[in-house]
Design a protein around this ligand. Structure first.
Ligand code: XLS
Ligand code: NI
Ligand code: NI
Length: 433
């Protein structure tokens, strides 16, 4: 045991009337909702990078956090793992997620990176066995090191493509070894700063080929979880190729990968793309490519990826409503891709941020489940489209402009506008909160 979290107790469900800060009010992991426990509905995961690797910097200042595991040795990487798994147990989160660079010191070259990663993955394997915590997904950090400044798979330098492909291979091996449920690719620096020096067609073609290789390798090693792409419109690059769910779907279609790859949808990235979280989730669901979520909260004024812990229950209700309509998570889960504010220095801040996030998610999911079970919202939606259930309406979709025009004339079709009843539906939603 490290002494980082010292006197912080294991967080238990105490119900809405508890006056302890260190308790869940809404997240009772064993509570059954629609035939499934909240633990299995929400599949919470903690993100290694924000909680254990991020030093608290911003564009105007560097490190604010002082953590005993900061540094570049394997011994410190093990200490970091000890503390991370302690937090997973304090919170009783069933899963975690990591990038290679979060968990191992940076080596002098690819071979040393790989050795360091393997050593820590063996250590994770022991820790997973001892605690029962599982890996939701693994991924490669192809954006922090300066070699990736012009992209990874889309880099103009083929050596960077090679280094990136080799690194992804090692991260997929690590994810497989740890029994990870998914493998994630977030675009990192796949995008551009200026079109003046960018061959957009070549870069996209290379990204498509890279993704094919990832899918081929997944089948070769028998990794059975899905490959997930995480869309984001900008940041770090001015323009990111994986802009949003719709853009990524077009990309997958272009390269024939729409049946191989699913989406990891992040709240903050949806907002940056000018969408709501529920829009991105609904689209992924309707395209059959919904996979997992990165849960956080973006500041609505700043225009940056602020990665705050979520606390807005009405928003989460609408998001989990889409998750439930998609049938819930299969391999996916709720990963807290969220970080503390840089003034939140104390170990308890890290724990309480997750406690609040988990509680807000649970409250949102329960409201969403009640809304779905009640069926009022869905029957209102169905009623709005009921005209399409008639045989004439269905037949029209198989006819042509000529015959439709003839029918409109002969039957004297003259549409009468009907209310969309938005406020009534908004009032209805608020009744479940
Ligand atoms: C960054 C992304 C990143 C991915 C994993 O904006 O959210 O954290 O989730 O590479
Ligand atoms: Ni993310
Ligand atoms: Ni993000």
């Amino acid at each position: 045991m490290s002494d980082f979290f010292k006197d912080i107790p294991k967080i238990k469900f105490e119900g809405p009337d508890s006056d302890s800060d260190f308790a869940f009010r809404h997240y009772n992991p064993d509570e059954m909702v629609m035939g499934k426990s909240l633990r299995d509905h929400l599949c919470f995961a903690a993100a290694y990078w924000h909680s254990f690797a991020w030093p608290g910097g911003d564009p105007f200042g560097g490190q604010t956090f002082e953590r005993p595991w900061f540094g570049d040795t394997m011994a410190l990487a093990r200490l970091k793992a000890d503390v991370a798994f302690e937090m997973f147990q304090i919170l009783d989160v069933p899963y975690y997620c990591f990038h290679d660079a979060d968990v191992r010191p940076e080596g002098a070259d690819f071979a040393e990176n790989t050795r360091n990663l393997r050593e820590i993955v063996d250590y994770f394997e022991e820790k997973q066995a001892a605690t029962g915590v599982k890996l939701l997904w693994g991924t490669a950090n192809l954006f922090s090191n300066r070699r990736f400044m012009s992209g990874a798979a889309t880099n103009p330098d083929p050596d960077v493509f090679a280094f990136s492909a080799a690194t992804v291979k090692t991260c997929m091996d690590a994810t497989k070894q740890l029994g990870g449920a998914n493998y994630v690719l977030w675009g990192g620096r796949e995008g551009y700063e200026t079109l003046l020096n960018t061959d957009l067609a070549k870069e996209r073609a290379h990204a498509g080929r890279f993704l094919h290789m990832v899918v081929e390798y997944k089948h070769k090693i028998g990794f059975d979880g899905p490959i997930l792409i995480e869309p984001k419109p900008q940041e770090p690059m001015k323009h990111q190729y994986d802009y949003d769910v719709a853009t990524v779907y077009g990309f997958l279609k272009e390269f024939g990968l729409e049946n191989e790859v699913k989406m990891n949808v992040e709240q903050g990235h949806a907002i940056l793309a000018g969408h709501s979280f529920e829009h991105e989730l609904a689209l992924a669901r309707s395209l059959g490519i919904f996979g997992s979520i990165d849960m956080n909260r973006n500041d609505y004024q700043s225009g940056w990826d602020t990665d705050q812990f979520p606390n807005n229950v009405p928003e989460m209700t609408l998001a989990y409503y889409e998750v439930l309509r998609a049938g819930g998570f299969t391999t996916g889960g709720t990963n807290f891709d969220a970080k503390l504010r840089r003034q939140s220095l104390d170990p308890e801040d890290l724990v309480l941020a997750h406690v609040g996030g988990m509680d807000a998610c649970a409250a949102g999911l329960k409201a969403a489940a009640a809304m779905l079970a009640d069926g009022k919202l869905e029957s209102a939606r169905d009623a709005r489209y009921a005209g399409w259930d008639t045989p004439e309406a269905k037949a029209m979709l198989d006819s042509d402009l000529d015959s439709i025009a003839a029918r409109v004339e002969s039957e004297g079709i003259n549409p009468q506008p009907k209310s969309g009843r938005q406020e009534r539906l908004e009032n209805l939603v608020n009744r479940y909160l």
